[in-house]
Design a protein around this ligand. Structure first.
Ligand SMILES: Cc1cc2nc3c(=O)[nH]c(=O)nc-3n(C[C@H](O)[C@H](O)[C@H](O)COP(=O)(O)OP(=O)(O)OC[C@H]3O[C@@H](n4cnc5c(N)ncnc54)[C@H](O)[C@@H]3O)c2cc1C
Length: 382
């Protein structure tokens, strides 16, 4: 029997985990190929620390060719077309076919949807622009820093709050906080609305205690020199740090895998698409939360768990067994709140009759938990 082949589209969190779980389960019986247009993986969970200079760009970057050491093929190519029926992709390096396909192409940014973004703001969700901001910040002595979220959904709902808490820490430690105003602007009705009202209230209080301004339910319309235009007001600032609108990769939007909102339709438990042996995981997916009815938040921890479910089910199928693993909407988050403390929370979104959320107060042990997790993840997976 010729060797089976799985194509993994995207070498981010989901793709890195899926490739290795699958390879470990099936060994020589499955050729696993990861395709990515970038030959490097940047660990986004560490971006907020990179913003304030506590991580260098190199320390959170890994070569995707490291996957080859684990007998996984890495193909550095841009995917230009997907034929899910044939389990085939067209890339700038040629056409590649497989027997199974796992799509983990993440979310890309649409700066054009906000006039003035690319001219007057820095995209702090982009590795290269974040590197620039981390060089500018040490020279910022006084003024108003405005961190804004362009639109919903955006990945890792706690990340903007983590960034602003770390900016507060950064300027307090430099003795400049009284000269630097910080404002966070979000279209959310309250911080992290899916995590429930208790989380929202606790974040509001932490922001107020640290004298960080918060504007919720904001409709961000455009940027002009020195100002951010909202539908009901204008916010003047000296440095604008933005989170742009998110969308799926163009190659997915051009396929029939996506729903009317442009994200890939999957079974919420098995991550199967409508095509046999084609799965999608991570930020690219459209999952409607049962009870809440809203779109599931996007985060690496969900991509990681979904990758494990999909790979284990493919392994069972290949062995002629019934796939039995299910993704249950569980995840955990550690949000760095600054000054060596982090807030640990867990979610179980699919639980009925209502989602289950636990929330701890910020502690030093959770801070170290996040640091250990970062080291573990980068050493374990890439
Ligand atoms: C600032 C920040 C902080 C975060 N913090 C956390 C955190 O603490 N915890 C957490 O759980 N999550 C966090 N996240 C979110 C997390 O990084 C994402 O949810 C996660 O990376 C999603 O994994 P994915 O595999 O779906 O997509 P990605 O990791 O984005 O991978 C997608 C890959 O597909 C590739 N790709 C896209 N289109 C193409 C194409 N056409 N051809 C070839 N390759 C393509 C990309 O180059 C990319 O490598 C954070 C994100 C940010 C930005």
């Amino acid at each position: 029997m010729s060797q089976l082949k799985t194509l993994i589209l995207g070498g981010g969190i989901g793709g890195i985990v899926a490739s290795q779980v699958l390879k470990k389960a099936l060994g020589k019986d499955m050729h696993v190929a990861v395709i990515d247009k970038d030959d490097k993986h940047h660990f986004a969970s560490s971006y907020p620390l990179m913003l304030i200079g506590e991580r260098t760009p190199e320390s959170i970057t890994r070569n995707l060719s490291n996957l080859e050491k684990k007998d996984i093929e890495f193909i550095h190519a841009e995917i230009k077309g997907i034929d899910p029926m044939k389990k085939q992709v067209k890339t700038d390096k040629g056409t590649i076919s497989g027997d199974y396909m796992i799509i983990s192409l993440g979310a890309e940014y649409n700066l054009k949807s906000l006039p003035g973004f690319s001219r007057y703001a820095y995209n702090i969700y982009d590795f290269a622009e974040l590197s620039l901001v981390s060089q500018i910040l040490p020279r910022f002595q006084e003024g108003h820093i405005v961190l804004f979220i362009s639109s919903l959904p955006f990945k890792c709902p706690p990340a903007p709050y983590e960034n602003i808490f770390l900016l507060d820490q950064f300027f307090r430690q430099k003795g400049l906080r009284s000269r630097v105003d910080l404002t966070l602007i979000t279209p959310e009705p309250s911080p992290e609305p899916f995590a429930g009202p208790l989380v929202g209230q606790s974040i509001r209080k932490m922001l107020a205690d640290r004298h960080i301004n918060l504007i919720t339910q904001a409709k961000v319309l455009s940027l002009e020199p020195g100002k951010l235009i909202l539908d009901h007001t204008t916010i003047k600032g000296d440095l604008f740090l933005g989170i742009p609108s998110h969308q799926t990769s163009l190659v997915l939007r051009e396929s029939d895998l996506v729903d009317s909102t442009g994200w890939v339709l999957v079974d919420m438990y098995t991550l199967e698409t409508v095509y046999p042996n084609v799965y999608a995981i991570g930020d690219a997916t459209a999952i409607k939360l049962p009870v809440i009815g809203a779109d599931a938040p996007k985060a690496g921890i969900f991509a990681n768990y979904q990758a494990e479910v999909v790979s284990r089910n493919i392994a069972l199928k290949v062995r002629g067994k019934r796939p039995r693993y299910k993704y249950k909407g569980k995840g955990a988050c550690i949000m760095n709140t600054g000054f060596g403390r982090s807030r640990y929370s867990t979610v179980h979104y699919y639980r009925k009759p209502s989602p289950f959320i636990t929330l701890m107060r910020p502690t030093h042990s959770s801070y170290w938990g996040k640091i250990i997790f970062e080291k573990y993840w980068l050493n374990r997976w890439i």
